[in-house]
Ligand binder design. Structure first.
Ligand code: HPA
Length: 282
């Protein structure tokens, strides 16, 4: 799946948003499943429905409101995506990442990405937070890569490195802020699968063997595109459920469980993000 966007199209969307706001966002924020209420912490907000923005896709899934929220968080101007686009909805990787490039053109130098994920690491529990240190982009590795197609040199290199896709500086900062606020944070590798089905138990065991600690249906495309464009990326997973690893289990993963645990995590994640955003301007 592939869509081609020109620089002019990114700039049209950027110009439209700029015409609605008076301050330049320096941090982009993507809110995952069940985490949309986090945008309520943004003050003096301007809200722009995706449907109004030229070339923006429109989100369809429950738990994703579908608007940009631009305003103040911890004294920093942020641009939050309340609702993101998923591959399983039928969007191409280029559509999924369109807003990331627009945020970069708007002036965002960092991107904070959140998601809901299933815990693969046997020590993880529902309700944990995980700092993403690295990812396995199964969708990208399978050919649905967001940088597939002609390279736009205005954003970055044809063959970008992904060694430090998740900024070492922001990872260190996040752990320091979490320790200060006494919010426990796990660390690990996030595996992106296409979805929309949750994993089979065999797939869960395979992902564990591959080195993944958490699994979800988002994030990797946005992170690749942000890092390609030189943005500093911070990624945090809400472990909303523990992935089921045996066919003999009576347990099951459901979307409502994901949304419910996500909602429980919101206050803690909000405190953590407010703390980290406040320190990112230093
Ligand atoms: N698997 C995939 N995606 C998810 C999960 C899961 O267990 N939980 C939340 N998003």
């Amino acid at each position: 799946m592939y869509t081609s966007f020109s620089l002019a199209q990114y700039d049209e969307a950027t110009a439209f948003i700029r015409s609605k706001i008076s301050q330049t966002p320096t941090i982009g924020l993507i809110l995952g499943s069940g985490l949309s209420p986090l945008a309520d912490a943004i003050e003096d907000a301007v809200r722009i429905p995706y449907a109004h923005i030229p070339h923006f896709p429109v989100s369809t899934v429950e738990g994703h409101a579908g608007q940009l929220v631009i305003g103040q968080l911890a004294g920093v101007t942020v641009c939050a995506m309340q609702g993101r686009f998923h591959f399983y909805e039928g969007y191409t990787p280029q559509q999924i990442t369109f807003p990331v490039r627009v945020m970069q053109r708007l002036g965002a130098v960092s991107l904070i990405v959140t998601n809901a994920a299933g815990g693969l690491n046997p020590s993880f529990r529902a309700g944990n937070l995980m700092l993403i240190e690295d990812h396995l982009n199964f969708v990208g590795m399978g050919g649905n890569h967001p940088l597939y197609g002609p390279n736009l040199d205005a954003f970055g290199l044809r063959f970008p490195s992904m060694t430090r896709a998740y900024s070492p500086r922001l990872r260190t900062l996040l752990l320091a802020v979490a320790a200060e606020l006494q919010i426990p944070v796990r660390r690990g590798v996030y595996a992106m699968i296409s979805g929309p089905s949750f994993e089979t138990p065999a797939e869960v065991r395979f992902l564990r063997l591959a080195g993944a600690d958490a699994v979800g249906m988002s994030t990797a495309p946005e992170v690749v595109v942000a890092h390609h464009a030189g943005m500093d990326v911070l990624g945090i997973s809400s472990i909303t459920n523990v992935a089921v690893d045996t066919v003999d289990s009576a347990a099951d993963t459901t979307h409502s469980e994901v949304l419910e645990t996500g909602a429980e995590i919101v206050p803690r994640l909000t405190r953590l993000l407010v703390g980290v955003v406040g320190k990112m301007k230093d």
